[in-house]
Write a protein that binds this ligand. Structure first.
Ligand SMILES: *[C@@H]1O[C@H](CO)[C@@H](O)[C@H](O)[C@H]1NC(C)=O
Ligand SMILES: *[C@@H]1O[C@H](CO)[C@@H](O)[C@H](O)[C@H]1NC(C)=O
Length: 342
């Protein structure tokens, strides 16, 4: 007797979403040493490593911001410490270009305990294991938690937040500004009018560059609960055309979402602001955006659902280091890797 083929399809609630049968696999790798981590940034250092920068670690009360920088080497599944950031930062904006790490502003701990934006920027040279200060971003554009994308030698920051006061009802200063840093001239460059702002304020959004388009996926506007499903796009070859909003919205609106590109798909993981009971305010969703069809695929839940982290893709595998397992601070040391299905 021939058994009918059963595909465990996960249902989709919206029209721009298609269920997917091969949902990919998760495996656990060496945990982050020293301290669990959250609200760090993560950048790939080619060919086969990635660095986590700053973020928050557990503390006696709340969370402490750290200057730690650690490098994970994929072939040896091992971590080592690099020169720390010049100042402790969380929600830093970071990217790598030509084997160097650029850290372009972020949030630092202010005297009132709030996390406030610094415009200060630095470059890290692995050959010297050294951070050097570079031109600060325009003070009026200082922020952390931007969606960061690299195109050629230019780093783009889209949206972000100027302040995060982690107390009930505390201020969360979401912005729509877009900034660009030219790593060749070492200067911040002016953008054409339509490229200067995303259509609405977003922080904690996912970011991706696919075929010359910068995508800003989901995120939130003024607080954890106000989660969004939008996909904003900017053609980096035609900056003057400005930002557009894609038809295909995320199936699950999420802030604090991690994103990484494999082929022409953007994989998005987890996030914060889940009202569902028992979720601890965290999303477990893995959803893939097919940039060609402008449609989303719903995949299986993350093995360890979390928010406040980044995902990086190396050789078609997506690494997700740390993140928080409950709304607000709840850092973990987990590093896992997601291998997309076919
Ligand atoms: C957190 O910061 C406080 C204040 O600076 C410090 O006293 C405490 O030792 C720190 N805790 C950890 C775990 O680093
Ligand atoms: C994932 O999250 C959804 C919605 O919060 C929940 O219904 C589901 O049980 C979760 N799945 C797992 C495996 O935790």
């Amino acid at each position: 007797m021939k058994l009918p083929l059963f595909l465990p399809l996960i249902p989709c609630a919206i029209a721009s979403c298609i269920p997917h049968s091969d949902i990919g696999t998760w495996s656990t790798l060496a945990p982050i040493p020293l301290f669990p981590r959250q609200e760090h940034s993560t950048v790939v250092l080619p060919p086969s490593s990635f660095a986590i920068l700053g973020g928050v670690i557990p503390a006696e009360v709340g969370a402490n911001t750290t200057a730690l920088v650690q490098l994970y080497d994929i072939p040896t599944n091992s971590w080592k410490s690099l020169a720390p950031l010049p100042v402790p930062l969380n929600h830093a904006n970071a990217a790598s270009v030509d084997g160097k790490i650029y850290l372009l502003g972020g949030l630092e701990v202010a005297s009132d305990g709030a996390w406030r934006a610094t415009p200060k920027s630095w470059v890290y040279d692995p050959a010297e294991d050294k951070w050097t200060e570079i031109e600060s971003m325009p003070v009026s554009e200082a922020r952390g938690s931007a969606a960061v994308g690299v195109y050629g030698k230019t780093i783009f920051l889209a949206g972000g937040m100027t302040v995060l006061h982690a107390v009930p009802g505390g201020q969360q200063g979401t912005v729509s500004a877009v900034s660009a840093f030219d790593t060749v001239s070492g200067k911040w460059v002016a953008l054409p009018e339509g490229a200067k702002a995303i259509p609405e304020g977003r922080d904690h959004a996912g970011a991706a560059v696919v075929e010359g388009k910068l995508l800003v996926l989901g995120g939130r506007d003024q607080g954890q609960a106000n989660v969004k499903s939008t996909v904003f796009a900017l053609d980096l070859e035609r900056l003057g055309e400005g930002w557009t909003t894609r038809k295909g919205a995320m199936p699950t609106p999420r802030g604090g979402v991690a994103a990484a590109v494999v082929g022409k798909k953007v994989f998005t993981f987890g996030g914060e602001g889940n009202p569902a009971e028992g979720s601890r305010g965290v999303f477990n969703q893995t959803e893939a955006y097919d940039t060609v069809q402008d449609k989303w695929e719903v995949l299986g839940p993350m093995k360890v659902p979390r928010h406040g982290t980044y995902a990086v893709a190396v050789d078609g595998k997506v690494y997700v280091p740390g993140g928080g397992i409950s709304i607000g601070a709840g850092p973990v040391d987990v590093l896992d890797v997601f291998v997309p299905g076919k």
